[in-house]
Design a protein around this ligand. Sequence first.
Ligand code: ADE
Length: 244
Amino acid sequence: MRFHVLTLFPEMIEQGLSTSITGRAMQKGLVSLDAVNIRDYADNKHRKVDDYTYGGGAGMLMQAQPVYDACMSVQSRLDRPARVVYMTPQGSIFTQQKAQELAQEEDLIILCGHYEGIDERVLEEVVTDEISIGDYVLTGGELPAMVVIDTISRLIPGVLGNGVSADTDSFMNGLLEYPQYSRPEIWRGKQVPPILLSGDHAKVDRWRKEQSLARTRERRPDLYRKYMEEHPEAEGGAKGKKSR
Ligand code: ADE
């Protein structure tokens, strides 16, 4: 996967993703990151890329021309046109399912707004997807872009390393993940659920499934309802089981 991020703060994106798993994925060549400074495409010597909004109102807007030129410059270097994702609180909410869909792409262009946003005309011209990471407003699209890149990267084969798979994650099957435990067996008087020490894999799997169902029912009734509609045979799996 090759990520191309159009931003006024390329160093924020580079620094934010250069450590830990995303950093290693880049070193291994499984993911590449090309942070493009929109300011490099300003058509004036002051490198100014924002201006007042027509109709009045507080704040400055990113202008169409530098955003368009930055985007076209990236597209012209690719074999075929890439999807352009604009990070905005007005987009559709980012989900694991959307991440799985985008993980199939070879190149993704991610556009980050700042100030009060971007001139609508360039959005109409270049953007294919508008994504929000939640119903709250950040100062810019950089953190949301990093959220999207991190989520997609860990779905790319090899990124999580050594047989670790994203398949059992929360949301991958429409349910929250079951609770997990490591050593010691007793910590502050709390015992690891004995079934996990039984060595009976079928029983462990069943217990985990029940815990997933119970947790989802308690914490995310919206997800639970949807899951039950799609898997009516699972009814009863979560009955009477408290996950906490
Ligand atoms: N830019 C500002 N707030 C945002 C949000 N919630 N999601 C995506 N991009 C944003």
